[in-house]
Design a protein around this ligand. Structure first.
Ligand code: RB5
Length: 150
């Protein structure tokens, strides 16, 4: 991936340990990681963390975002409510690659209670190394933006 490699990470309480593992893994690949927490294990509410990370991406402050909760589902739903965000939950590397190549996803969500640490790192690698293919896929992404009212 060319250009500024700055990525935001966030999660709820269910995924703090995995998020920190992924932050180190991603930083080791030359990304500037903006980890916006939380850092303490108290129960918290995934929508606010999904929204906070999504706003970093939507504003252009960060190029991509990775968010986590127990299933990856709730925090993904919240992130996708922020205009300009295309976030998919992935539990396999094929999907993680495809959401970049075909959907130009700018955020990835992972379920910390769904996948183990090793698979999560492979999913992140697939997401970060894939490139959007454009062409007919750009037309379809524009159609998503039309639905959104962009
Ligand atoms: C928290 O218990 C759990 O509901 C949350 O992490 C997530 O799985 C929601 O989608």
């Amino acid at each position: 991936m060319t250009g500024v490699k700055r990525i935001v990470l966030s999660s709820d309480h269910a995924a703090i340990q995995l998020r920190q593992t992924l932050a180190d893994h991603i930083a080791a690949q030359g990304w500037e990681v903006v980890d916006i927490g939380p850092t303490t294990p108290e129960s918290t509410h995934y929508p606010k963390h999904g929204q906070a990370a999504a706003e970093r991406v939507a504003s252009g402050d960060c190029r991509l975002g990775i968010i986590l909760c127990g299933t990856g589902q709730g925090i993904m739903m919240a992130a996708n409510k922020v205009k300009g965000i295309r976030c998919g939950v992935c539990s396999d590397t094929f999907s993680a690659r495809m959401i970049r190549q075909h959907n130009d996803a700018n955020m990835l969500s992972i379920g910390a209670r769904v996948v183990g640490e090793g698979l999560a790192m492979d999913i992140v690698d697939a997401f970060l190394t894939a490139e959007f293919e454009g062409g007919r896929h750009a037309t379809r992404v524009e159609m998503i933006e039309t639905v959104e009212g962009a």
